[in-house]
Design a protein around this ligand. Structure first.
Ligand code: NAD
Length: 484
């Protein structure tokens, strides 16, 4: 059994409960992990609180040095971690390696910032006696990091990077199905010298361990990535104690392809943007609006490229020019996709390729990469988040129509436009209701730029120097008594 990591040591759940971790490509158990109860979460939070006293008072350089040693341990073990991630999550090894590299880059970004956090000084009016003011920044305390199953490691990095670099301590809760790589990473950081209790990992369910963590009085900051409905619950639980919350939630990113677009680049960007990670991505090209002039050509190239995906276990490679797509992480994801697709086809949508659960491979939670035309805009496939490899394509007559349809969504995470027309780029940048707009680029979350959603896609930002502010308290200090 893989054990939880609390106060620097591996531990089982106090109740003794455990659950299997299933390889989504074989449907076979590969490991078991403890199922934490509230008492285990409490032990982890208490350990983090004890560790905070020392960690928060260390020199920033000292913290950076230890974190860098942890990063180096992870880097040295990258191939075996990528294999582990492939087996628990389902993604191909190459994508798992990329995810781990992204994790390292993201954590290093914050390690480099650790010694550059600064407050400010200001002169004050002397009416109450000579005085000056300082604005100081200090770490908040114990931070909860709640992570989903689709990118378990990069999304861990976006939380522990700024949290630990700024002097906070962390209790992380990975998704039920993808805790193994996270547990190993916690061990590696501890082996590199991270003091006990600074970075703890509890494994367990959302409703029990997740809620116990969010509600724990000693947790001051909750960084959550996951579904929109779960985000509402997390916000409700954190609200009464006014915890600092960031919620990175679901998305339904629109893509607008204009008549002057570099068609080849746009098709490639849309295909990778939608089908990477078997479509289980928050930032993904989820609805494509193509100008009528180029619609047929675009769709023809799109379908040809999507047909190159070959389903199979992530530890095998597809024969060139085919591209490997792994299984979905869990059967429930597949069931939701099937229902969303059925709703659209029952209402007139046409499947251009793919179309559901394939006969082959027989074992594993596979879903054929699917392109759909003529989906009604009020169908589930368009209005809900589609968290898998289905892409609806729409024909539009103008930029006005494209922007109107793009914004016809409860979500507002990412968006993109493919054009060289500077006026259209300007309009897209200002009029698309999304936390991010890419121009002639696939949807990708750079570590350097703040990223987060509008509307039902959440609040707060991860990535960029801005994100570290979410892990710091601002405090004003007035220094008087300066007279004779
Ligand atoms: P989920 O909401 O079911 O679970 C996410 C995490 O929250 C898991 O660790 C889960 O155990 C925990 N959880 C569940 N119920 C909880 C509760 N009541 N209290 C506290 N924690 C709880 O999400 P998922 O299905 O694992 O992931 C897919 C979702 O995540 C998609 O909607 C996707 O768009 C979103 N996501 C968003 C971003 C982003 O940056 N905006 C990135 C990746 C994924």
């Amino acid at each position: 059994m893989a054990l939880m990591f609390i106060d620097g040591v591996p531990v089982a759940a106090r109740s003794g409960a455990e659950r299997p971790i299933i390889d989504p490509a074989t449907e076979e158990p590969i490991e078991t992990v403890p199922v934490a109860g509230a008492e285990d979460v409490d032990a982890a939070v208490q350990a983090a609180q004890r560790a905070f006293a020392d960690w928060s008072h260390r020199d920033a350089d000292d913290r950076a040095h230890i974190l860098r040693a942890g990063v180096e341990r992870v880097r040295a073990e990258l191939p075996s971690l990528a294999a582990l991630l492939c087996h628990e999550q389902g993604k191909p090894v190459a994508e798992a390696s990329g995810e781990l590299s992204h994790f390292l880059h993201g954590v290093e970004f914050y390690i480099d910032l650790a010694s550059k956090i600064r407050g400010s000084y200001t002169a004050l009016p002397s009416s109450l006696g000579p005085a000056y003011g300082m604005v100081i920044k200090r770490p908040i305390g114990v931070c909860a990091a709640i992570v989903p199953y689709n990118f378990p490691i990069t999304l861990l990095g976006t939380k522990i990077g700024p949290a630990l670099a700024a002097g906070n301590t962390v209790v992380a809760k990975p998704a039920e199905t993808t805790p193994l790589t996270t547990l190993r990473i916690a061990e590696l950081f501890a082996a590199a010298g991270l003091p006990p209790g600074v970075f703890n990992v509890v494994t367990g369910s959302g409703p029990v361990a997740g809620e116990a963590l969010v509600s724990h009085p000693a947790v001051r900051r909750v960084a959550f990535t996951g579904g929109t409905e779960t985000g509402r619950r997390v916000m409700a639980l954190a609200g009464p104690r006014f915890k600092r919350v960031s919620l990175e939630l679901g998305g339904s990113d629109p893509v607008i392809v204009c008549p002057d677009a570099d068609l080849d680049a746009a098709v490639k960007g849309v295909v990778i943007g939608r089908f990477f990670n078997a479509g289980q991505a928050c930032l993904a090209a989820k609805r494509v609006y193509v100008f009528a002039e180029i619609y047929d050509q675009f769709v023809e190239q799109l379908v040809a490229r999507v047909r190159r995906y070959e389903l199979g276990p992530g530890w095998t490679k597809a024969a060139r020019p085919n591209v490997r797509m792994g299984p979905l992480n869990a059967p429930a994801v597949r069931d939701t996709l099937s229902a969303q697709l059925a709703d659209a086809t029952a209402r007139g949508a046409r499947v251009l390729c793919g179309g559901g659960v394939p006969p082959e491979p027989e074992r594993g939670f596979y879903f054929a990469p699917t392109v759909v035309a003529d989906a009604p805009h009020d169908s589930r496939l368009v209005q809900e988040e589609v968290f898998g490899p289905i892409l609806p394509v729409f024909r539009v007559a103008s930029l006005d129509e494209a922007i109107r349809l793009a914004n016809d969504s409860a979500y507002g995470l990412g968006s993109s436009i493919w054009t060289s027309n500077v006026k259209w780029i300007h309009r897209a940048a200002h009029e698309l209701d999304a936390g991010m707009t890419w121009v002639n680029q696939l949807h990708y979350g750079y570590d350097e730029l703040p990223f987060g959603g509008l509307k039902d896609s959440g609040i707060g930002r991860e990535h960029g120097p801005e994100a570290i502010e979410y892990y710091l308290e601002t405090k004003s200090v007035v220094v008087g008594g300066l007279g004779e």
